[in-house]
Design a protein around this ligand. Structure first.
Ligand code: FE
Ligand code: ZN
Length: 505
């Protein structure tokens, strides 16, 4: 006799929520002790609507298929020396930044969603967190396996775990995620699932993956496709979780608004590295940072999403006007800083080619020729005279985002912007009103920041000289500095030199 077929919905209920039970000899508050101290009130966990109805067996089947395809492509890429078909070895610097800066965050996300999968009170929410935790572990693995294809041939990729924990510019992404992980579970969901995965993730993933496809990196492009369906689940979760919390209690609204304000600015500051990557590190450009910001943030989020959130009492993030005002200057200020400090980085920088400068003039007509072209032309002249320079001091860092003081006053691209606060008789410095606002809300948290420059001065980073510090970072010679004289460039030219025909006529 044929068994009655269960509906998808019923099958899903039986395999997920129906496995949950209500404790009787322990107070549920003791089973889930972490979900009340932030002030968020959830009255009914059962009203959680799962954004995607996946059971473990179907989840594993989908993911295994995606993995199989990805590893087949990576295998073919390795066998066919696919790296030689890149536009230029300079492109690999974008991958170095990704592996050192982003991949360890995927792993941190895996760990923290694992924690949420244990500690959220509702079974639907726990199960969604469990799936995302497994996704993030898979992303970590697939990114490492994809990018490790390049480790045999290019510098800067051999030691990304240690680098992430120690290197000055990687303290920017690391401190961002550490901030999220050390917050309570609801703030973490607002920071990572909503503010990052929903509001800003397209500005991270699309540029990297289209950058890969434009620059001949089939391996990374395939990883991107493989992660994309996970990302869309994460985005859905981010929005659903926000609406769920907002609908539960009116008292939740101002708390969430504060977190959206804080995490928009933190995420936006982090994406400055993506801006520099898009405009300067890709030999073949996809679109400018400014265009990406307008499309993926201003149009899709500010005009698309926030009018809907108004219904819940949520307004656009505080300091959003500042981010919009910076879209013309952000990438230039950041890459100029990276250019001057790459002797202490595990990637190479160089002056953009004349055609690239022209491209920037056309996409940044209001600012590039006036403020940044003269800098690059001077740097090129110096370089041609054998005077490629690197900044020999250590910069002052923002106490919150940890980026060197490189940003300028709103509306005045020639004056560096420094804000300060005094807390317990000590002075703290910030790159912007946004970072100062974040500090002033929670000074007890941010006075503890591990600031790379302070740590070097205190003698905690291997020694007092630059070589001491670079050794402590785990760098090898040639990992950083000028691209044109780097081992990557020398090897690339050798591999692409016209073949010498042995014994020819
Ligand atoms: Fe991920
Ligand atoms: Zn800052």
């Amino acid at each position: 006799m044929a068994k009655a077929k269960l509906s998808m919905r019923e099958r899903y209920r039986l395999l997920t929520r129906d496995l949950d039970w209500t404790p009787t000899y322990v107070d549920p508050k003791d089973v889930y002790p972490h979900t009340r101290y932030e002030g968020i009130k959830i009255h009914d966990w059962d009203s959680w609507e799962d954004p995607f109805r996946l059971t473990i067996d179907s989840y594993c089947k989908y993911q295994a298929e995606k993995d199989k395809k990805l590893y087949a492509v990576i295998e073919g890429f390795a066998q066919g020396q696919g790296h030689l078909s890149l536009t230029d070895a300079r492109y690999v610097n974008a991958l170095k930044l990704f592996l050192q800066g982003v991949t360890p965050l995927e792993y941190a996300a895996h760990r923290h969603f694992g924690y949420l999968a244990r500690h959220l009170d509702g079974p639907g929410a726990r199960f969604a967190a469990l799936c995302q935790s497994i996704d993030e572990l898979r992303h970590t693995q697939t990114e490492i396996h994809t990018i490790s294809q390049y480790n045999k041939y290019y510098g800067g990729l051999h030691n990304f775990g240690q680098m992430h924990d120690r290197v000055w510019y990687l303290s920017v992404p690391k401190s961002f995620f550490d901030d999220g992980i050390t917050a309570g579970p609801f703030e973490f969901l607002t920071s990572i699932s909503f503010s990052f995965e929903y509001l800003l993730t397209n500005l991270l993933f699309v540029p990297f993956m289209s950058g890969a496809s434009f620059n001949g990196d089939l391996a990374t492009m395939t990883f991107g496709f493989s992660a994309q369906s996970d990302e869309s689940r994460h985005m859905t979760l981010g929005l659903e979780v926000l609406k769920f919390i907002l609908e539960q209690d009116e008292g939740n609204v101002p708390i969430i608004q504060d977190w959206v304000d804080k995490w928009f600015w933190r995420g936006y500051r982090l994406l400055g590295l993506v801006a520099a990557m898009m405009d300067y590190m890709l030999p073949k450009k996809i679109m400018s940072w400014k265009e990406a910001f307008e499309l993926y943030f201003e149009q899709q989020m500010l005009e698309g999403l926030f009018p809907d959130l108004e219904y819940y009492g949520i307004r656009p993030p505080r300091h959003v006007a500042q981010a919009i005002a910076e879209k013309d200057i952000l990438s230039h200020q950041l890459y100029w800083t990276l250019y001057q400090f790459s002797h202490a980085a595990a990637f190479n920088t160089t002056v953009p080619e004349p055609a690239e400068l022209d491209w920037m003039s056309s996409v940044y007509p209001d600012t590039f020729d006036r403020h940044y072209r003269p800098l690059w032309e001077r740097a090129r002249r110096l370089q041609e005279d054998g005077k490629r320079f690197f900044f020999q001091g250590l910069p002052m860092l923002c106490q919150v985002c940890q980026i060197p003081m490189t940003f300028t006053e709103p509306g005045d691209p020639t004056t560096i912007n420094v804000r300060t606060s005094t807390f317990r008789d000590e002075r703290f410095n910030f790159c912007s009103d946004g970072c100062k606002w974040i500090f002033d809300r929670e000074p007890e948290k941010y006075v503890q920041s591990w600031l790379p420059v302070h740590q070097i001065y205190q003698g905690n980073c291997g020694g007092a000289s630059i070589p001491d510090v670079l050794a402590w970072y785990g760098f090898q010679p040639g990992d950083g500095g000028e691209y044109l004289t780097s081992p990557d460039k020398v090897n690339w030219d050798k591999w692409h030199a016209p073949a010498v025909v042995a014994g020819g006529a």
